[in-house]
Design a protein around this ligand. Structure first.
Ligand code: FAD
Length: 377
């Protein structure tokens, strides 16, 4: 890997930010949230909305230090599986419920943090005849269930257009939300690792947090915190690269290709961000290592040049961990004694994670389970 690769810095880290202070003493709170990615911050925002008197959030590193600040920035409605596959696995009612919750979450993100979302629509492009036939099945199932989808035939290829999907700046979104919840009274701490989590108490190296509700919002490496989840979740590395701006804009909408294994978007300044290839390197990508790796980066670079036709030089290469489940549904439950856990979004947690974060706050503070129920078996 060259010097750029060694930095493992996401393209999104393009603006000023003052890191959070570490926790330095014992503290009490109504709610303690562990993990300050998009999920944890949505959880905190919801807890404040629901009237929690005191909310503390901690992160081992800082706001959106993990996948939440290092992802592709696609905001795609629905569960991780394509609609027809999800219906087959989970039934139409549950699939539509998840779809509705994620669509509503997109609106909430726009209202909560104006200026970070662009409603572009998104494309699913087929790379083979077989994939095009699968697109047809998805089209038929979505239309039958009243969901918005169009056929697409354009410079990117043939497939489907989802007119209401969007893209966002994930790191800016998380930092804006962190600033907003702090202004509303939440106390946030960085460089503060939860060393032990038990009902009512979270121990860190620099202080113990006593809290009525403890909500863990961690996606990748969730099994490190709860080894009892080892049978259900598995961590993988996802990798990306970004280029210098290339104009004119070639990709006005984000694109998923090869059944979603490759994905890209082009920013308004012309920068292209491309991720994927995990399925090509399964043996090395089921890992908790979150540094970019040469072979997969070579694959991405080849796709960038040959498939996307982008010639601009590469400026960033990065990676992060996410957790997968066999069902494609996240972990979203109370483990007992007021400890809640949400995570493992199988690679698409920008909207689902935020819904689950809010759902965990709702369940903890009100006992209502309407946001989490569609995700639970
Ligand atoms: C390259 C890549 C591309 C992706 N593209 C997309 C996409 O386009 N669209 C989409 O929807 N999803 C995408 N995803 C998935 C999405 O990024 C994640 O599912 C989502 O961001 C998870 O957010 P989170 O807040 O739940 O968890 P995380 O981002 O994992 O945040 C958890 C936080 O918890 C902290 N933490 C962990 N352990 C501890 C501890 N012991 N004590 C204190 N803090 C701790 C971490 O430092 C981290 O900041 C992508 C992921 C990657 C890696």
């Amino acid at each position: 890997m060259n010097a750029i690769d060694a930095l493992n810095k996401p393209r999104w880290d393009d603006h000023d930010w003052s890191p959070l202070p570490p926790l330095t003493r014992d503290v009490d709170a109504d709610v303690c949230v562990i993990g300050l990615g998009g999920t944890g911050l949505s959880c905190i925002s919801e807890a404040l909305k629901l009237g929690a008197k005191s909310v503390i959030g901690i992160d081992a590193v800082d706001v959106a230090a993990g996948a939440a600040g290092r992802n592709g920035g696609l905001l795609l409605a629905g569960p991780v599986d394509f609609h027809h596959d999800a219906v087959e696995k989970h039934g139409v009612e549950r699939t539509l419920a998840i779809h509705a919750l994620t669509e509503r979450e997109l609106e909430t993100i726009q209202q909560e943090t104006p200026g970070v979302v662009r409603i572009t629509g998104s494309l699913r492009i087929a790379e083979s005849r077989e994939e095009l036939a699968d697109c047809e099945q998805q089209f038929a199932a979505m239309r039958a269930d009243g969901l918005r989808v169009e056929h697409y035939d354009g410079p990117e290829g043939r497939g489907l257009l989802f007119p209401h999907d969007a893209v966002f700046h994930p790191l800016k979104r998380a930092r804006l939300l962190a600033t907003s919840v702090r202004a509303r009274g939440a106390q946030l701490f960085g460089q503060t690792i939860a060393r032990s989590i038990e009902p009512g108490r979270v121990r860190t190296d620099s202080g113990t947090i006593t809290a009525r509700h403890v909500i863990v919002c961690v996606d990748g490496k969730l099994e490190w915190l709860f080894p009892e989840l080892l049978a259900e979740v598995r961590t993988a590395r996802l990798q990306m690269l970004a280029t210098e701006p290339q104009l004119p804009i070639k990709f006005p909408r984000p694109v998923s290709m090869r059944y979603g294994f490759d994905y890209w978007q082009q920013l308004e300044d012309g920068t292209v961000l491309l991720g994927g290839g995990r399925d090509k390197f399964e043996a090395s990508e089921w890992t908790t290592d979150d540094a970019p790796e040469a072979k997969l980066q070579e694959y991405l670079e080849k796709r960038l040049r040959e498939k996307l036709g982008v010639t601009a030089s590469i400026t960033h290469r990065w990676a992060a961990s996410v957790a997968f489940t066999d069902s494609g549904l996240p972990i979203a439950r109370e483990l007992g004694g007021g400890v809640f856990v949400v995570g493992a979004y199988s690679g698409t947690g920008n909207l689902v994670g935020a819904v689950c974060g809010r759902g965990a706050a709702q369940l903890a503070l009100t006992g209502k389970n309407s946001l989490l129920a569609p995700f639970q078996d």
